[in-house]
Ligand binder design. Structure first.
Ligand code: SF4
Ligand code: SF4
Length: 711
């Protein structure tokens, strides 16, 4: 039990430090409220189940922390679990210290409490020590941020390392003291208590210490355990470890669709001007910087960072946070921040983002750095900032011709030439399905051949479909992500009017995942709800209805690339794989697949920009990744003559990866194929060449022909 003097000192300490920390908390809350947008309480209440689930899965089980760094995730979980339980431990210790009550030797629920506290303390000490070793001795490269990225000078000088050291030592001293304190108290009683086995072992070592030493030990460790919390509190509020509070809050108020581009805010009466300054970002974006744990997971997975550009999504969050900490009182009191381009991110970095959404998907605290980048792009476009010439041209083409290729609307149906049937015109005759073809599938010469194959397969399967012909325009998905909100609206209005006039009974089919995303989610914000399916989903439905029956089993070793806008944005990851399975190919997954797929580098307007990047292009890195898994796999005994295939399901990917195979010097080693090419091949009659009329695959037939040629 504490002495009277100690109790008075403790009360004073609590009043001073809680007052100080509370003031800083209040400033942070005001700073967050300076961001635009309201708290949509009603929406939160409507989706309370999802929010509770997020608290259990994302926060309670630390699921996203485990996801892509499982070992670090386990160490973090040990610290998290112990620390969470320590909320109760600290209350009990306070009561014990103040009122002389003890949980030792009590049995029952107290024995369980002591056991949990003892074991979880050991977990925290082991976990925290290992995390410190990782940062300070192993010096994991994941903590580095490249020199060409704009980073707060204090962070460059080691501020995050210092912060981590202070907090790490606090945790070790706090938990270690509490654990040692139990041992001193057990020593004082002179009786073993196996409900706290760890502390009990240490207490045995204290057996011969005189009583005054044990009493002093118990008092000192109480202060270094409980008193230290309050001493640390004002620092903690401004440290990166405030995420303990803001990360759960971030998951509580998460946006229903995490990858959604936010609706542009009205500022000074102007619509859609984006964000030049911190206060022009949403309150969500400011909250993000306080939730950030500065783990660099988003940077690890960012294709723009991997390509050597100046973009690091983690640096963006870190810079926002350090600026806020430095200017907290002024900013929360209403002072304006300077331009985000002065302290948070460079213009080069802003234009390097592919809007792949990987940073949003991977973030363990639910941050969305990509959304900030799009807001800044909006502001740059609004200010008529000088754009990359190719991007500028593509945006102009979209505005004038409704397609990024700058071709006439009539050419949109050129791809139909060569088909032996007429595509129905949904503007004139009613069809079951409306096929929204998309720019790349319609205009790109490589895409056109594939689009014809899709049409042929649909036709042969008896699918009743038609298109909008030249009334179809680009959906504006990528124009919006390039920051061109006005252009997006113009394109969307045109398409919605065309779709309103078209006659189709069921939903929309598309070959293009970017198109799918805009029609499915972004037009919904404009009041139009469409059911949109990707052609791989349609093909699977046709197989299930037995309208498609493959005649050949394909003997290829393949890997499949999930397009960002199909997998991450639209959660279509299973159907393409089921299709590959039905085709009989041997699918070997790349390490980054499904929701953690690595972007080809085309999205968000990047495909229009062209130009060089400082390092290896994301698409070239992806081809290397594919070759490495395809060639290192033992496979299932496929013919060695089978080409290795890189299978895609997006017309832009066909263009991106066909180029990447050439530019990375891998011509002949791997072939890029759209999934429809495999479907078309498997639908052909088998080639019967053997005397016993055994059907051969095209690949086997090709291999035999090559062998015969060599012989
Ligand atoms: S959206 Fe993709 S490219 Fe953009 S910052 Fe996030 S991970 Fe990087
Ligand atoms: S934004 Fe998320 S993933 Fe990126 S550093 Fe912060 S916490 Fe980690």
């Amino acid at each position: 039990m504490l002495t009277l003097l100690e109790r008075i000192a403790f009360v004073l300490l609590v009043l001073v430090t809680l007052g100080w920390a509370g003031y800083n908390f209040w400033l942070i809350a005001r700073a967050i409220r300076r961001g635009h947008g309201e708290f949509p309480w009603r929406e939160y209440l409507k989706t309370w189940q999802a929010r509770i689930r997020a608290q259990i899965v994302q926060v309670g089980l630390n699921y996203p922390v485990f996801q892509n760094r499982p070992r670090v995730g386990l160490l973090h979980f040990m610290v998290f679990a112990g620390f969470s339980f320590y909320f109760l431990v600290n209350v009990v210790d306070f009561v014990e210290g103040y009122f002389g009550f003890t949980t030792l030797h009590q049995g029952g629920v107290f024995a369980l409490f002591n056991l949990a506290a003892d074991l979880l303390s050991i977990g925290v000490l082991v976990g925290m020590s290992a995390l410190l070793v990782r940062r300070f001795i192993v010096k994991d490269k994941a903590f580095n941020i490249r020199e060409n990225v704009l980073l707060d000078p204090r962070v460059r000088a080691g501020a995050i390392r210092r912060d981590s050291l202070i907090v790490g030592l606090f945790i070790l001293i706090h938990v270690g003291s509490r654990w040692l304190g139990s041992a001193f108290r057990l020593g004082q009683t002179g009786q073993p208590d196996w409900s706290a086995p760890g502390a009990n072992v240490v207490a045995m070592a204290f057996a011969n210490l005189p009583e005054p030493v044990l009493t002093l030990g118990a008092h000192v460790t109480w202060w270094t355990a409980i008193g230290l919390i309050f001493l640390f509190f004002p620092y903690f509020v401004l440290s990166k470890h405030i995420h303990i509070f803001f990360a759960p809050l971030n998951w509580l108020v998460f946006r229903e669709r995490k990858l959604e581009v936010t609706e542009p805010a009205k500022q000074n009466g102007k619509e859609g001007v984006g964000a030049q300054t911190l206060q022009e970002l949403s309150w969500h974006s400011i909250l993000d910087s306080y939730a950030c744990i500065m783990c660099n997971r988003c940077q690890d997975i960012c294709p723009a960072y991997a390509a050597g550009t100046a973009l690091s999504p983690s640096a963006l969050e870190i810079n926002k946070r350090y600026w806020l900490n430095e200017n907290l009182r002024a900013f929360s009191g209403g002072a304006a921040s300077p331009s985000l381009l002065d302290f948070a991110i460079t213009k080069e970095a802003v234009w390097a983002c592919t809007t792949c959404g990987a940073c949003v998907e991977v973030c363990p605290v639910g941050n969305a750095p990509m959304v900030d980048i799009i807001e800044i792009r909006r502001a740059l476009i609004n200010e008529a900032d000088t754009l990359d010439a190719n991007l500028q041209k593509a945006l102009e083409n979209l505005g004038k011709q409704g397609n990024s290729f700058g071709q006439s609307a009539r050419n949109r149906v050129k791809w139909t030439q060569g088909l032996n049937f007429k595509i129905q015109d949904a503007r004139k005759e009613e069809v079951e399905h409306l096929w929204f073809v998309g720019d790349y599938a319609a205009y790109d010469p490589r895409g056109q051949a594939l689009t014809r194959q899709v049409a042929q397969v649909f036709q042969d399967a008896g699918l009743d479909f038609g298109t909008l012909y030249e009334a179809e325009w680009n959906t504006g998905n990528d124009a919006r992500r390039a920051g061109e909100e006005g252009l997006f609206e113009q394109l969307a209005e045109h398409n919605i009017a065309a779709l309103d006039k078209a006659k189709f009974r069921s939903g929309i089919i598309t070959t293009d995942p970017h198109t799918m995303n805009a029609l499915r989610f972004e037009y919904a914000k404009l009041g139009k709800q469409y059911t949109v399916t990707h052609y791989t989903q349609v093909l699977m439905q046709l197989i299930a209805q037995q309208k498609i029956a493959f005649k050949r089993k394909l003997n290829y070793r393949v890997t499949y690339h999930d397009p960002c806008y199909l997998g991450r944005y639209n959660q279509v990851t299973q159907q393409p794989r089921q299709l590959l399975q039905a085709l009989g190919v041997e699918l070997i997954e790349m390490p980054r697949h499904g929701m953690t797929s690595f972007c080809c580098g085309a999205g968000g307007g990047q495909i229009w920009k062209g130009g060089a990047v400082p390092g290896e292009r994301p698409s070239e890195q992806r081809i290397r990744e594919a070759l490495s898994v395809l060639s290192s796999s033992n496979g299932n005994g496929n013919s060695p003559a089978s080409p290795l295939l890189f299978v895609v399901a997006c017309p832009k990917d066909v263009a991106m990866y066909s180029d990447a195979v050439k530019t990375s010097g891998n011509d002949g080693k791997i072939v890029v194929k759209d999934i429809i090419e495999l479907v078309a091949e498997a639908l052909q009659e088998p080639i019967l060449v053997t005397p016993d009329k055994t059907p051969l695959t095209q690949a086997d037939a090709d291999a035999r022909a090559r062998e015969a040629e060599l012989a």
